[in-house]
Write a protein that binds this ligand. Structure first.
Ligand code: AVI
Length: 316
């Protein structure tokens, strides 16, 4: 590690749901499903980075501008669940006044360690305390540097939209529990808007989102000894205004069977495999949801086009 970087690593040895178990159970169900958390193998993560740069996919660039323009005062200790490549935190750390610590929390040990070391080297004035844990459950935070500085959760990217509403409340309540009394929260949330804009964002012309979705089947073939014929499936994404969410599926184009991990699965023509929901919220709707987890609004920032929101909450 480069001189000056301050870095600590706490491994709480989380258990991980295996891709194999999730796929075999999910394809036995009616309707079939594969949870969206499995999108992010190396290829899926690279495709997601590409999605974030697409002209149709407004959330990333819009949120970045909002984060650059707003700040939350000095000496914050920022705790990020699902920190992944720790990219957006770089923007926040630059915008914050003398941040006291950064605490990335992720279940993926090696990825977390590499990203956290890179960040500690690039921000030598900010101590980085990485925690390998399953952040969907309670876990103890290690002692953090910067005693007296406020603890601020950071959950950007509208990833909260990938949870169904009750699960989103449970996730936020667990975040609140871990932040402790007087904890604060900065969270990016995609706004409701015209169907055309939403559907274009999930059906880009270059086909990157389709490749990202279908990569789940390629991952099944690579990792689970599958023989799925990818050309006989297609990406499907549409906005349901009744549910307030983009729904994403893989559709079987023919009646077909496939072998996966030694088991045979049947797909009817036009049968759907659900892979993701991406909920969209008005500012008020999201405030109501967050209140169920104990958060009260301090401020909410949106871009001039009202595409995306960043909420700043404090625990009651
Ligand atoms: C990570 N998550 C917030 C993205 C979204 O917009 O729901 C995932 C995604 N799926 C398709 N495109 C992007």
């Amino acid at each position: 590690m480069k001189n000056g970087a301050r870095f600590a690593f706490h491994d709480l040895a989380p258990g991980e749901e295996s891709f194999r178990d999730a796929v075999l159970a999910g394809l036995e169900r009616a309707p079939k499903r594969i949870p969206c958390k499995f999108f992010y193998d190396a290829r899926g993560s690279a495709l997601f980075e590409e999605i974030c740069r697409l002209p149709e996919y407004y959330p990333t660039r819009t949120e970045v501008v909002i984060l650059e323009e707003n700040s939350m005062g000095p000496h914050c200790r920022v705790i990020e669940f699902g920190s992944g490549a720790s990219q957006k935190i770089r923007i926040l750390l630059q915008a914050l006044e003398r941040p006291a610590a950064y605490v990335p929390v992720d279940i993926s040990r090696e990825h977390l360690r590499d990203a956290a070391i890179g960040l500690a080297e690039d921000f030598p004035s900010v101590p980085v305390v990485a925690v390998c844990a399953d952040y969907t459950r309670p876990f103890p935070l290690p002692p953090l540097p910067g005693a007296g500085g406020k603890r601020v959760g950071f959950f950007p990217g509208s990833t909260i939209g990938n949870f169904e509403p009750d699960a989103a409340v449970a996730f936020l309540a667990n975040y609140a529990h871990i932040l402790g009394p007087k904890g604060e929260m900065l969270i990016g949330v995609d706004l409701k808007k015209e169907t055309d804009i939403l559907e274009a964002a999930y059906n880009d012309r270059a086909g990157v989102t389709a490749a990202f979705n279908l990569n789940l089947l390629e991952r099944v073939n690579r990792e689970l000894d599958g023989d799925l014929d990818i050309d006989r499936f297609e990406h499907l994404a549409f906005y349901s205004s009744a549910e307030g969410r983009v729904e994403i599926y893989i559709r079987s184009l023919a009646h077909q069977t496939a072998q996966i991990a030694g088991r045979r699965f049947r797909f009817a023509k036009d049968e759907l495999v659900h892979t993701e929901y991406s909920y969209k919220y008005s500012v008020d709707e999201f405030r109501v949801l967050a209140a169920r987890a104990g958060f009260r609004p301090v401020d909410t920032w949106t871009d001039p086009g009202e595409l995306f929101s960043v909420h700043y909450f404090r625990l009651r």
